[in-house]
Ligand binder design. Structure first.
Ligand SMILES: [Zn+2]
Length: 302
């Protein structure tokens, strides 16, 4: 499971890798596993013929850095991959998740400097009391424990963002910080995401474009079934309009889904879905495991 790449035109960000690291990961898996093209993985998964050693490559979040930096590597190895696209950004909207990520990596020396500024901004805001009260429930040892590569600050930031603030409050804190840094969401959104032509080019080259919700909620499982259905049905309509055929694969944004999510995806005709970690005990066709590239890089010492 790949996310961010850095190289010409794309600054390094937390966990980003280069095209060369991708090439080394591909070579490792080609030696130790059966590295399948996306269509072959889908076909084997659908017919129950996937073996233990079969793996494929997936790219989440419709990122332009993937198209510009990772695609040439795939072409070099004659490989196709899954690309899981949240569609709001393809239709010209800005999703703040990615904008904030860029802000964190380009305006601070390192991620801890951002976390420090963020926690100070909270201290100076009207949210300080409710946040401190909620933080009494926070434990770095149990919160998001399945993501072993997160630091304590990674966990605390995510806890404050997802559990202690509501969306409007979080946006408010971040908007204040960005304005103080002399930038804006519009400015930071430029060059972040792929467009419809690029998705069509991937599709025409036998890559598989799949669903990843419309707006990429971080806690989709907590939304009502109707809202969840809206996210995926809208995502599917936009991608079907662009590609001329309806996607049959998906990955769960932030690994967030419920039993209802799986039912509605099945009803939308989705036959293959991916989680975003390697936890065992999930064996439905909509819960294939994936290993985060950060874990692979660490494990292989790249
Ligand atoms: Zn995602």
């Amino acid at each position: 499971m790949f996310h961010h790449f850095h190289g010409p035109g794309f600054a390094p960000s937390q966990g980003s890798i280069t095209a060369d690291t991708l090439a080394r990961i591909i070579e490792h898996y080609a030696e130790t596993h059966t590295l399948l093209n996306a269509a072959d993985y889908l076909e084997r998964a659908s017919s129950g013929r996937l073996s233990e050693r079969d793996v494929c490559l997936t790219f989440d979040d419709s990122l332009l850095c993937q198209f510009e930096l990772a695609l040439p590597v795939l072409q070099q190895y004659e490989l196709t991959a899954f690309w899981f696209v949240y569609s709001s950004v393809v239709t010209g909207n800005i999703e703040m998740l990615e904008v904030y990520r860029r802000y964190r990596s380009e305006f601070f020396d390192d991620i801890d400097a951002f976390y420090e500024a963020f926690f100070s901004a909270i201290e100076a805001s009207r949210y300080v009391d409710p946040v401190n009260e909620k933080l009494q429930e926070y434990s770095p040892h149990t919160y998001l424990a399945e993501f072993s590569f997160y630091t304590d600050n990674d966990r605390k930031f995510r806890f404050v963002r997802d559990r202690a603030l509501d969306e409007a409050a979080y946006q408010n804190v971040m908007d204040t910080m960005m304005a103080r840094s002399g930038t804006s969401a519009q400015q930071l959104a430029e060059g972040l995401w792929m467009n419809a032509d690029q998705l069509r080019a991937l599709h025409n080259d036998e890559h598989i474009i799949g669903l990843h919700s419309h707006t990429h909620p971080t806690t989709l499982a907590e939304m009502s079934t109707d809202q969840q259905h809206g996210e995926y049905a809208h995502n599917q309509r936009v991608l079907t309009d662009i590609l001329g055929s309806s996607p049959v694969a998906m990955s769960h944004p932030c690994n967030s889904y419920s039993a209802e999510t799986l039912t509605l995806l099945d009803n939308l005709g989705i036959s293959l879905g991916f989680r975003s970690n390697m936890s065992s005990g999930f064996d439905s066709p909509l819960e294939h495991p994936r290993e985060d590239h950060a874990m692979i890089v660490k494990r292989l010492g790249l």
